[in-house]
Design a protein around this ligand. Sequence first.
Ligand code: UDP
Length: 341
Amino acid sequence: MKTTITGGAGFIGSHLTDYLLAEGDEVTVLDDLSTGSLDNLAEALDSESFSFIEGSVLDQEAVRRAVAGADRVFHLAAAVGVQLIVEQPLQSLRTNIHGTENVLNAALAEDAVLVLASTSEVYGKNASDSLDEEADRILGSALKSRWTYAGAKGIDEAFAHAYWSELGLKVAIVRLFNTVGPRQTGRYGMVVPNLVGQALAGAPLTVFGDGLQSRCFSYVGDVVPALVRLSGQESAFGQAFNLGGAQEVSILELAERIVERTGSDSSITLVPYEQAYAPGYEDMRRRVPNNSKANGLIGFVPGTNVDRIIDLVAEDLRQRGSLEARLMGKPGALAPLAAAG
Ligand code: UDP
């Protein structure tokens, strides 16, 4: 099988690349290395079945080249991370809307199956204790840059659905809920690598707000096989699927567990949102997936619990020489976040 992965040098994309190479696929990655890194593809680059194209999804020619001859495409390239979205809304909107349109067109031209990565952010502030795929989207003002990610991904989903219903594109949409694991960087504000890095560096763990906001973290090793299984299901086309974790945990509890599991001496500091992001920043209180649809179709079970995820992320950061851990853990590492507009 010939597979193209946009954003394949990123955190989830590189795990997917390794998984598919191990399954015997020929894999082509298109990535502009803006937030991804070739370090993530160290193993893949040794494989004869692997090719890498450095380029943006905004470059139609590069997208066409990357998708030429592909049987299936996973579209993971996106501007991600709250910090990046808030700081660079224009570039994020362009990448996340026009880039996706380029990938939809290329997949259609090749008659390839497409799996489009969307996000639990599309549900916005809907705090239901079981968000299913039909749940309402509750978003703040379109003028707040914080909501541009959810807005753009919502448009992407609508585009994908219309390409399926009007043009016959074989596309499945996945809504990823706080996917975490080794190789994820804390540089763009993601909480798990950020806090684990701080704990390993002995720096205070920065918990934003009152810390009682909660998330259901899912492990990349559970999510990647689900992406692949969905790509093989005809009945998945034209549909969206939640892929999230099973265990709801508050950020404060997450921080406490991280301190405990890493054996760190770090304290936990509550940082007001307006200091962490920008005045008027709106956070989601909770975000709880209902995974029944993916469970019913492909048997998706998010089996890796939070403690195990913490252990795996800590091990990864330690192994990587903890450069990132040291950087993110330094007091003052919050400075760029505080400047976010
Ligand atoms: N967060 C935190 N400390 C950090 C980074 C993030 O308390 O150093 C919080 C953030 O405000 C949010 C949660 O952790 O409530 C998850 O943040 P992340 O950016 O990982 O994902 P989100 O769910 O916001 O997309």
